[in-house]
Design a protein around this ligand. Structure first.
Ligand code: MCA
Ligand code: AMP
Length: 487
């Protein structure tokens, strides 16, 4: 297929990537990524140690230039989950920044260091020389995502899905080479890596990563010329908390071209506080690891009300379906159905999981998102919930209750465990663990259980609250009744 990054064909001195004080121009990026692409060309699949650094961005671009699928790894993943991802995806090598300390499960893999200063002068390779012959359906990424049960599944995203989704956003947002996107998102998920980092590069614009999220860093980036801000609702919630007492932040947000929120719903209260303080609206787009972007409020649509996720973007077919499988045509803002999608934006399959792939699709080839929504007369979707109560969205991360329960049950002091999500003003939902201890006189402490889960899975999966019970509520069949837990 044509290159994913046309701007690397005629490299300029324009900035492509900015991470703190470190900047790479398109010429420098073409040199560094082209050199690395030549080194890894011919490998079957590579893992990427996805720290929030320039190296991660260069590593991803290099692999895409070489046509080698990339498995981004959360550098905070605990050994248990990391071992699962490595066994499942079987990468040939790991790309990592020089000096990065890699944990035990990665020690067995050959390591290739990402040299962001490498250029044509340092090697005979040029981006053109390393241009891939990979086709549209060849995989670009394998991104791990949680389900309701079992360990995370690897969603295989073909190159055409990446191209199609990013180009659909060009249309929806009027996104051009003149835009600089700023964000502080992690680089091991679609939002931060595909949208926030590769998105600007596909347009020939600039990606400015803040390293760590904070109102001051956002203000400084927007003052320095960033035009678009990407964030999860937790980040906009924190900005909404700050706007009341931070005139510099207000001015910076007011001057941005586009404020975009996604990964979870942004509460109306936060929409309102930001709009009241800055005169600017935050627009929401709705996506999923398996589908990349499905819908968005369009930048040129000034009529949509806050709280909707807009309309299907170019190339996406979308329908709402009730429990009986009947497609609902109603555009009354009230009739609820599951969102099902079809289009060039979709993943091809879950790695090594043909049954899971089949289950996720209808017989006629639509992907079942599991998200429930209504549609108004203008076609704007409003997400009202999720089919699965065992999926929790916390801080914009999707987390399966089952994987946390399994980790908790591995603790010697835990006899029974159930995990639920509770509303949380900052995180959207907060993970709550309900524990029946082995010894009621000496139950494991909340911090100990949080550390246990963080160490095995990842810190964002740790319970924020632990509640102790003598027994879990069960129905006649012995199934845990989670709804009774909060009652
Ligand atoms: C705390 N920490 C621990 C422990 N407790 N580490 C180990 N063991 C423990 N017991 C550490 C954390 O690692 C972290 O370290 C620090 O304490 C704070 O962690 P935490 O409280 O979890 O962070 P937070 O402040 O609550 O984070 C909020 C956040 C984060 C920044 C908004 O949730 C976030 O980055 N969310 C983005 C999620 C995202 O990108 N989702 C996209 C997927 P330290 O202080 O050193 O950092 S969805 C997607 O891609 C689809 C396609 C879409 O639609 O977008
Ligand atoms: P993930 O699988 O981590 O990529 O998360 C995808 C899920 O995030 C979707 O299925 C939705 O439940 C949720 N999501 C993403 N964007 C939005 C949004 N703007 N509003 C509500 N939910 C969203």
């Amino acid at each position: 297929m044509a290159t994913l990054f046309p701007a690397l064909d005629t490299p300029s001195e324009r900035p492509a990537l900015r991470f703190g004080d470190r900047v790479l121009t398109y010429r420098e990026l073409a040199g560094a990524a082209g050199t690395l692409a030549a080194r890894i060309s011919g490998t079957r699949r590579v893992a990427l140690w996805a720290t929030p650094t320039l190296e991660t961005a260069v590593g991803a671009v290099a692999a895409l230039l070489a046509g080698v699928p990339v498995v981004p790894l959360n550098p905070r993943t605990g050994d248990g989950e990391l071992a699962h991802i490595l066994a499942d995806s079987a990468p040939d090598l790991v790309l990592a920044a020089p000096g990065a300390e890699l944990p035990e499960p990665l020690a067995v893999l050959p390591r290739t260091e990402i040299d962001v200063a490498a250029g044509p002068q340092a090697s005979a390779a040029s981006p053109a020389a390393s241009r891939t012959t990979a086709g549209d359906e060849d995989p670009a990424f394998v991104i791990y995502t949680s389900g309701t049960t079992g360990p995370p599944k690897g969603a295989v995203l073909p190159r055409r899905a990446v191209a199609a989704s990013l180009d659909a956003l060009e249309d929806a947002w009027g996104w051009t080479a003149a835009d600089t996107v700023t964000h502080a998102l992690p680089l091991f998920h679609v939002h931060g890596l595909v949208l926030g980092t590769l998105g600007p590069l596909r347009r020939g614009g600039c990606a400015h990563h803040l390293g760590r999220f904070g109102a001051e860093a956002v203000t400084a980036a927007l003052e320095a010329g960033a035009t678009m801000l990407f964030g999860v609702p937790t980040m906009y919630h924190r900005l909404a908390e700050a706007v009341g007492s931070d005139p510099a932040l207000v001015k910076a947000l007011a001057g941005a071209r586009l404020l975009v929120s996604g990964s979870a719903g942004l509460p109306l209260h936060d929409h309102k506080r930001i709009a009241a303080a800055t005169g600017r609206r935050v627009i929401e787009r709705y996506g999923m690891t398996e589908t990349l972007m499905n819908t968005s409020v369009r930048a040129d649509d000034h009529a949509s009300r806050p709280g909707t996720v807009g309309v299907p973007v170019l190339g996406v077919e979308l329908r709402l379906v009730d429990e009986t499988g009947t497609v609902q045509e109603a555009c009354d803002g009230e009739t609820i159905g599951e969102i099902q999608v079809r289009g060039t934006n979709l993943f091809s399959h879950y790695l090594n999981r043909p049954e899971a792939t089949a289950e996720a699709h209808t017989a006629d080839g639509w992907f079942r998102t599991g998200d429930m929504a209504t549609r108004d007369r203008a076609g704007h979707l409003r997400i009202v919930g999720r089919k699965a109560t065992d999926l929790i969205k916390s801080g914009g991360f999707k987390i399966g209750a089952g994987e946390i329960e399994n980790a908790l049950l591995d603790h010697p002091g835990v006899r029974e465990a159930a995990v639920t999500g509770e509303p949380d003003a900052d995180l959207g939902e907060r993970i709550v663990a309900w524990i029946v201890p082995v010894d009621p006189q000496a139950p494991p402490g909340a911090q100990e259980l949080a550390d246990h889960v963080a160490g095995r899975l990842a810190p964002h999966k740790r319970p924020r609250d632990v509640r102790y019970l003598d027994a879990l509520p069960r129905n006649d069949l012995g199934k845990i009744m989670k709804r009774a837990l909060h009652g």
